[in-house]
Write a protein that binds this ligand. Structure first.
Ligand SMILES: C[S@@+](CC[C@H](N)C(=O)[O-])C[C@H]1O[C@@H](n2cnc3c(N)ncnc32)[C@H](O)[C@@H]1O
Length: 283
């Protein structure tokens, strides 16, 4: 039988042309197949995996070589220090969204505020805010499969008492409530720019990606009704594609002419989200 190190090398070679990070992907998949930590795989290269472990690894590596995102193969993705359950029904939470969450947490501080997360997907934003603060969070999504995963994540992180999820279009399911903070990472990829397989993004739900012809269709609709849901001095945090920031700012200015809008950058230094203060106390 082959060694752990050789199995890893074989997997890395298989992924060479299809992945930007072949060794890192192979390492994660081999650790998953062997139910070990990555560090163990690196430290015990001379160990011998079982036939079943090698076969499981080969199946996962083949799927990865066809483009399937690592997170779907592992069934989880790291976000803001927690491991969220994910499957093909939800967008894989992205590191850039952590910035938006950090801004939300800073705004909330120790206050027991009411928060809505529009387009919650895996619940990564909603569950993190509930876990890190005393806020009560409501997540909405048109996908009942996504809401099922978000509920599982809320249970996983022990936040079901302050985090609930509703199926519905935008804020329709919460229209009777008022919020101090609105966060949204709605689909924002312009339709013509949605990639095709084997790009890993193409394996994610189209409903989580497609932002219409200019990437702003959902945000335009959101602002038709948002003003009536806001408490005094509310904050709105919206993630979108860097090139769409001027267009999104114009939508916000038209709907909330007295708000203060700041464009904020992600880890890569790209303009990634808008911070919209609706009150005088948080300009
Ligand atoms: C880009 S994903 C973001 C998921 C998650 N918030 C995150 O940051 O990882 C957008 C989510 O919005 C949902 N969505 C799409 N259209 C929607 C609508 N009209 N109302 C509510 N949610 C919608 C999708 O199903 C998807 O889960």
């Amino acid at each position: 039988m082959t060694s752990v190190a050789q199995t890893l090398a074989d997997g890395t070679a298989l992924l060479h042309d299809s992945s930007a990070s072949p060794r890192a992907d192979a390492l994660l998949l081999l650790a998953h197949a062997m139910r070990r930590e990555r560090e163990w795989i690196v430290a015990y290269g001379d160990a011998t995996p079982s036939r079943e472990e090698v076969q499981a690894f080969e199946r996962l590596s083949t799927q990865r070589s066809e483009g399937v995102p690592v997170a779907y193969l592992l069934g989880s993705a790291g976000f803001f220090g927690r491991e969220f359950l994910v499957n093909e029904s939800v967008l894989v939470p992205r590191p850039e969204t952590e910035h938006l969450v950090a801004a939300a947490i800073a705004f909330i501080g120790k206050r027991p505020l009411d928060v809505v997360d529009v387009g919650t997907g895996s619940g990564a934003i909603a569950c993190t805010i509930a876990a890190e603060t005393r806020a009560t969070v409501c997540g909405t999504d048109t996908s009942s499969a996504a809401v099922a995963i978000a509920n599982e994540n809320a249970r996983r992180f022990g936040v079901t008492d302050r985090c609930r999820f509703c199926v519905g279009d935008l804020t329709e399911a919460v229209s009777a409530q008022r919020f101090d903070l609105v966060v949204a990472n709605l689909p924002y990829v312009p339709t013509a720019e949605i990639p095709s397989k084997p790009d890993p993004v193409a394996f994610e739900p189209r409903e989580a990606l497609d932002g219409g012809s200019d990437g702003l269709t959902l945000y335009r609709r959101l602002f038709n009704t948002l003003a009536s849901l806001l408490n005094a001095n509310a904050l709105i945090l919206l993630e979108a594609a860097p090139p769409t920031m001027p267009g999104l700012s114009a939508i916000v200015r038209s709907a909330l002419p007295h708000s203060a809008i700041a464009v904020c950058r992600d880890y890569a230094g790209l303009e990634r989200y808008l911070r919209i203060s609706t009150g005088a106390t948080d300009a």
